[in-house]
Design a protein around this ligand. Structure first.
Ligand code: HEC
Length: 102
């Protein structure tokens, strides 16, 4: 009985890792895979890419930090960062755009 319960709890914890995460801290990559990859393809792993108009992760990596930040905070992508935890947002920015971009 308890054995079954712990398997159930483990499944619950693993299964909820992504869905519960709206206000919780996530790594930048996890946030990308959850919020962005449905449309933007990850050119390294090949995951995602539902919208062919969306620039790939690699293409976003060539944009300026300012352009990406503006798009995510007040531009066409702002609905996709709604409710994101601030530290997760910073890590998402670092994941998207290398530090040395202007
Ligand atoms: C529902 C599909 C969809 C989702 C989800 C989505 N995007 Fe986009 N994104 C697009 C499309 C389509 C474009 C190109 C047209 C446009 O800019 O509106 C785009 C454009 C962009 C651009 C370029 C903006 C510019 O200035 O040219 C960036 C950066 C971007 N997305 C980042 C993200 C990030 C980061 C996420 C996740 C937090 C995300 N997007 C989620 C569809 C999506």
């Amino acid at each position: 009985m308890f054995k079954h319960l712990s398997v159930f709890v483990a499944a619950l914890v693993m299964g909820s890792g992504f869905t519960l995460a709206a206000q919780q801290h996530q790594s930048g990559e996890a946030a990308y895979l959850q919020r962005c990859a449905p449309c933007h393809i990850n050119t390294v792993s090949g995951e995602g890419g539902g919208d062919e108009r969306a620039p790939t992760l690699e293409a976003i990596g060539f944009m300026s930090r300012e352009r990406v930040r503006t798009s995510l905070t007040s531009g066409s992508m702002q609905t996709h960062t709604e409710g994101i935890e601030p530290q997760t947002f910073n890590e998402l920015m670092l994941f998207l755009v290398p530090d040395d971009n202007p």
